[in-house]
Design a binder for this molecule. Sequence first.
Ligand SMILES: Nc1nc2c(ncn2[C@@H]2O[C@H](COP(=O)(O)OP(=O)(O)OP(=O)(O)O)[C@@H](O)[C@H]2O)c(=O)[nH]1
Ligand SMILES: [Mg+2]
Length: 237
Amino acid sequence: MAEHQERPQLRPHQDVSSAPLAALDDERRARALQAGKALFARPPVFLRGVASLADLPEPHAVEIAFAGRSNVGKSSLINALFGRKDVARVSNTPGRTRELNYFRFHDERMALVDMPGYGYARAPKSLVRKWQAMSRDFLRGRAALRRVFILIDSRHGIKPQDEEVMALLDEVAVNYQVVLTKADKTRADALDRLVAKTARTLQKHPAAHPEIHVTSARKRTGLDDLRAAIAGLLPDH
Ligand SMILES: Nc1nc2c(ncn2[C@@H]2O[C@H](COP(=O)(O)OP(=O)(O)OP(=O)(O)O)[C@@H](O)[C@H]2O)c(=O)[nH]1
Ligand SMILES: [Mg+2]
C-alpha cells in the first residue's frame, strides 16, 4: 500500500476541458453516441471485489469509478448503462456495496469500479472507517484512474461529503464529473435549478469536468450521453 500511495500525483494526460457532447457537430456527436453504445453493448466481466488495496488488479489503460453517497444509485446506474439488471448489486439497504467492485468492459482496455457509498452503512463503525479509508487511498493513489463519476441524488444536490471527495480529487488532480441520479423523482424546473447551481459549484473546483449528466436508471434517461462520455475516455477518441 505504501508503494500505491507514493505514485506521482500529477496526471498531465487528464484533459479536464474535453468538449461536452452538446458542443460537438452532428457527425461527431453521432460517432460519440455510437462509440458509447458499442462499449456498453456487451456485459462486463466482474473481476473481483477489492477489500484491501493489496488485492487491486493489474491496472487497465483506462479505469473509471462511480462514487457517491450511500443509496444514491451507483449500482442501479451501472446496471442501466449496460441495459441489465444483474451486473451490480442493488439494494434498499444503504451500504450494500462494501468493496471496490471491479468490472472489465468487453473492450479490455477499460475497467469500471463500483465503489462503496460514503455516508452511511449498517455495519460496525470500525468497518465503515476501514472501507472509507480504503476508498480514499484508492481515489488518491490509483494512477490508472482516468475519471471519477460522482453521483448526486437530484433530490438532494451536492452535500458536504461530496464536497470532501471533490476537494480530495482536486488536491490529487484526478478528473471528475457529476452525474445527477433519480431524475424521475424531481420536477423539471427543480432539476434545471439544480443543474445551474451544481454548475456554479463545479466552477470552483479545478479538477471538475464541467459537463453535468442528468440520469434516471428507473426511466432510462440520460444514459446515451453518459455512455458516450465514458467511451470518449478511451485512448483512440
Ligand atoms: N426512483 C428511482 N430510484 C432509483 C434510481 N436508481 C436507484 N434507485 C433506487 O435507489 C436505491 C439504491 O440504489 P443502489 O443502486 O443500490 O444505490 P448505491 O448508490 O449503489 O448504494 P450503496 O451501494 O449502498 O452505496 C434502490 O432502492 C434503487 O431502486 C432511479 O433512477 N430512480
Ligand atoms: Mg451500490
